[in-house]
Design a protein around this ligand. Structure first.
Ligand code: AMP
Length: 287
């Protein structure tokens, strides 16, 4: 596996691979990899001849009081895992390469970034759309794979690539969980064992809502109320939001059905965790 730190070199590699007739699939990450990320790599391989992954902790998507400085970084371990999973090239740019002096440009998807995560993290998705645009211009992928764990992110990126004619297909892959149901996340490393246990309130609440839906409940307000009560019954967890929204507009829905996303975020100590379930446009549900 090639490790490529420079944008121009990444572009040259991709152009040459494509000239040789290869389809390129891309998995962008911030590193500190776990099985959730690696499953995206497996999924990417099903869609292309060559898989490119990236590791870049993107300062633009962190707010001023967030965990950018302490975000876990271990490029060597990440590279070993990606190599073992058959990744052809790892793009690992540095901060100055991505954001040189004088950088001014923004990429903003209207409205969708203001809901859910956007409440606590108002500038977060502008940082995400900016870095994904830059990474896509470096890697020039035919297809890119994102995780459903960050459902709002996947929805916003799909909107951006359609609105701006990127020509990159966006594939969204299911959430990979620990055995006890906690969604895998690089931030789970921050949790003490007591916090780790308290964090289960989030998947427990979502699962109860998911099962209520499966049992025929369609009243969104009733399901959201039940999920909220379960989280609020765990005193070691602070609820940020829990809601059932449309996957198109991210506005709250009244009835659960095709195109509903039920998503929540909690703080456990100073660690912020996300989780969700959703019903796709064809009515298939997944948590
Ligand atoms: P991150 O490194 O947290 O920015 O995540 C990189 C990609 O991995 C994003 O598309 C995430 O949605 C995805 N991802 C993170 N955790 C999981 C998980 N538990 N299951 C599936 N995908 C995930």
């Amino acid at each position: 596996m090639l490790i490529i730190p420079e944008i121009h070199e990444m572009q040259r590699w991709s152009d040459s691979a494509r000239r040789d007739g290869n389809r390129i699939a891309f998995v962008p990450t911030m590193g500190a990899l776990h099985e959730g990320h690696l499953t995206l790599v497996d999924r990417a391989r099903q869609h292309a001849d060559l898989v490119v992954a990236s590791v870049f902790v993107n300062p633009a998507q962190f707010g001023p009081n967030e965990d950018f400085d302490r975000y876990p970084r271990d490029l060597e371990a990440d590279a070993a895992m990606l190599h073992d999973r058959g990744v052809a090239a790892l793009f690992a740019p540095n901060r100055d390469g991505m954001y040189p002096d004088g950088f001014r440009t923004t990429v903003h998807v209207a409205e969708l970034g203001g809901m859910l995560e956007g409440g606590a993290r108002p500038t977060h998705f502008d940082g995400v759309t900016l870095i994904v645009t830059k990474l896509f211009h470096a890697v020039r992928p035919d297809v890119a794979v994102f995780g459903r764990k960050d459902a709002q992110q996947a929805i916003i990126i799909r909107r951006m690539t359609r609105d701006l004619d990127f020509g990159t297909e966006i594939v969204v892959a299911p959430t990979v969980r620990e055995r006890d149901g906690l969604a895998m996340s690089s931030r789970n490393r921050y949790l003490s064992s007591e916090e780790r246990e308290a964090a289960l309130a989030l998947p427990r609440a979502l699962k109860a809502g998911f099962e209520a839906y499966r049992d025929g409940e369609r009243n969104a307000r009733a399901v959201v109320k039940m999920m909220r009560a379960i989280i609020e019954s765990e005193p070691r967890v602070r609820l940020d939001y829990i809601d059932a929204v449309s996957t198109g507009s991210l506005e709250p829905v009244e009835r659960l059905g095709a195109g509903t996303l039920a998503a929540g975020a909690v703080y456990v100590g100073s660690t912020r965790l996300l989780d969700n379930w959703w019903i796709d446009d064809d009515g298939h549900e997944e948590m």
